[in-house]
Design a protein around this ligand. Structure first.
Ligand SMILES: Nc1ncnc2c1ncn2[C@@H]1O[C@H](COP(=O)(O)OP(=O)(O)OP(=O)(O)O)[C@@H](O)[C@H]1O
Ligand code: SF4
Ligand SMILES: [Mg+2]
Length: 339
């Protein structure tokens, strides 16, 4: 297993009290697997990623329980030095906001060359820095050639001009391509994408998604693709985790999730995808619960049209319903009804 998040609980201290945001999230990704994490705004997708990258603000956040294993090493227990070697090299991030994620006062060339030189010095296995031939002026020349090569791979038409440019001189779509090139420059094992391109127009966003999918496939990388859009997750992933209010509601191979969704929330999300048939859009009435005093049983219970009285008191656990398909809903737990 490449990545294994096990039973992650994250709380936040707020003026209103303790917000119990993540409530036992487990998620795994195999080598080269394309995995989607989907859920509506505020359900805890970015918090999960921040914990994984160890950039969760603590305080007010606190990891109360759980493990995050990457290549069988616990990221939460790693020293800063080890972490520094893994993050940005073996695990890379494609951020959501393209222009603001680049440094405005340096050219693309300066940013890419510095990154490639830094990556060349990090010994990922030992978490130490090593001197490599990529030092000095000659090293910068080699790194520049690599940067150019990476820009060509993300279909940038005039890479020499882009290298000389400052981020403000480029369009949002071009900055997003540069960020993808930077993320792929270290040949990571895992790419994390948190809704990249949502700040861009629809056409550019579609181009960026196509590019990302193509590059990930060609390089054989694993990707964790985070989005609130189930249609986009379907395009990008071979397996999907559906998240609701800080818990995993359901996971299944993408085709199976769409052909046979089990959780009422997943069914509602699928029904909400706009269709070209002209039929009415069915949203899910209600909103994510307050994390300071969430419902005691199933967190989806206040919005669920299938809820039975016990749903208000007993928390459903993820259990298998078919190969690779797990759902956290009492309706799919025969033992619950027998008991
Ligand atoms: N610094 C913070 N202090 C208190 N609560 C926080 C903080 N950051 C996040 N939260 C809580 O965690 C919840 C989940 O936030 P998160 O950013 O993970 O949502 P998300 O699923 O990524 O949503 P979106 O689709 O809008 O990006 C928020 O609704 C908020 O209640
Ligand atoms: S456990 Fe109960 S409330 Fe929760 S989704 Fe299933 S039926 Fe609905
Ligand atoms: Mg988010």
């Amino acid at each position: 297993m490449l990545l294994f998040i096990e039973n992650l609980h994250i709380h936040f201290s707020t003026f209103e009290g303790t917000a119990k945001v993540l409530n036992g999230v487990s998620l795994s990704i195999r080598d080269g697997e394309r995995v989607g994490l989907v859920g509506e705004t505020g359900c805890g997708k970015s918090i999960t990623l921040k914990a994984l990258l160890r950039i969760l603000p603590t305080p007010p956040g606190r990891i109360v329980q759980g493990r995050i294993l990457f290549k069988e090493r616990d990221l939460l227990q790693m020293s800063y030095r080890e972490l520094h070697a893994v993050r940005g090299c073996d695990i890379a991030l494609v951020p959501q906001e393209p222009v603001g994620s680049l440094n405005p006062v340096f050219t693309i060339e300066e940013q890419m060359v510095d990154l490639i030189l830094w990556q060349g010095r990090v010994n990922v296995n030992w978490g130490t820095y090593v001197a490599t031939p990529l030092m000095g002026r000659a090293g910068r020349k080699v790194a520049r050639a690599k940067a150019l090569d990476h820009l060509v791979k993300v279909n940038i038409p005039d890479p020499e001009r882009v290298l000389r440019s400052y981020p403000v001189e480029l369009s949002g779509g071009m900055c997003q391509r540069v960020l993808i090139a930077m993320a792929l420059a270290s040949h990571p094992s895992l790419l994390i994408a948190d809704e990249p391109g949502t700040a861009l127009d629809v056409t550019t966003q579609a181009q960026i998604l196509r590019l990302l999918k193509e590059r990930v496939r060609e390089e054989g990388l694993a990707i964790l693709y985070v989005t609130h859009n189930l249609g986009v997750a379907r395009e990008m992933s071979e397996r999907i985790y559906v998240m609701y209010a800080g818990e995993i509601a359901e996971t299944a191979p993408t085709n199976q999730l769409f052909s046979s969704p089990k959780h009422p929330y997943t069914q509602g999300l699928i029904a909400s995808i706009p269709k070209l048939t002209g039929s009415e859009l069915e949203g899910i009435p209600g909103r994510i619960p307050d994390y300071v005093s969430p419902p005691q049983g199933c967190r989806f219970q206040p919005r669920c049209e299938w809820a039975v009285p016990a749903c208000a008191t007993v928390q459903p656990r993820l259990r298998p319903v078919a190969a690779g398909h797990e759902v956290a809903c009492h309706l799919h737990d025969p033992a619950f009804f027998q008991g």
